[in-house]
Ligand binder design. Structure first.
Ligand SMILES: *Cc1c(COP(=O)(O)O)cnc(C)c1O
Length: 218
């Protein structure tokens, strides 16, 4: 199947209120252009430099999302154009995003990444750390960022029960904070688990291989 057919098929299975982030990491410009020509406008990348190169080469009405783990010293390369940063997992990174956003006179939207998976390799904060940040004075002083919700990744497993429980944990946290912090976005679900994620309240799915085919590397 072609990229546009894959996209169409996924769009047919997700409700209108769910934003599809097409994860184009490692994929060439031509593949992204093909998805763009089929109407896709939101793309996700996990490396800042790769995203910046693609931003330069592609149409300017694309919304670029940073979905990978962030190094603070890379934030400056995307502050001009990034539209949502999914994987923020400490206060220092928020501070750096704020500083770089200010230089461009922008407000950059961010999601806090919560660790729901059992694997040590996955990043993210505990629910307590999330709440501590959101209620801290230094956080409230950051005027050029806006935390608009939460992001999480389930354990890489065939065991649907585990994935389901992890999604539920994140959904519960999201719902408990949503009103107070005016959250709009719960980013969870990838190619293999997005339908389950949507059943558990996700309104933003990050889908790569189901659109672009397998990657040679992560
Ligand atoms: C690579 C990646 C995805 C997409 O994974 P697929 O299984 O190819 O859909 C989603 N989220 C994050 C954070 C990723 O790094």
């Amino acid at each position: 199947m072609s990229i546009s057919q894959n996209l169409q098929q996924i769009k047919n299975t997700i409700p209108n209120h769910v934003t599809l982030v097409a994860v184009s990491k490692t994929k060439p410009i031509e593949a992204i252009q093909e998805a763009y020509n089929a109407g896709q406008r939101v793309f996700g990348e996990n490396k800042v430099q790769e995203m910046a190169e693609k931003f330069t080469a592609l149409p300017k009405d694309i919304e670029w999302h940073m979905i990978g783990h962030l190094q603070k010293n890379k934030v400056k390369y995307m502050a001009e154009f990034v539209s949502l940063i999914h994987g923020v997992d400490d206060f220092d990174t928020l501070k750096e995003i704020n500083k770089q956003a200010k230089k461009w006179r922008r407000t950059i939207h961010c999601l806090l990444q919560v660790k729901i998976a059992k694997e040590d390799s996955k990043f993210g904060m505990s629910p307590k750390e999330v709440i501590d940040i959101l209620s801290s004075e230094p956080f409230l002083a950051l005027e050029n960022i806006k935390v608009v919700g939460l992001m999480g990744m389930a354990t890489f497993t065939e065991d649907t029960n585990t994935i389901h429980q992890e999604f539920q944990t994140l959904q519960n946290l999201y719902q408990s904070l949503q009103q107070q912090y005016q959250f709009t976005t719960l980013s969870m679900g990838m190619s293999d688990d997005y339908e389950l994620a949507i059943k558990n309240g996700s309104n933003m799915v990050r889908i790569g291989s189901a659109i672009f085919g397998d990657r040679n590397y992560l």
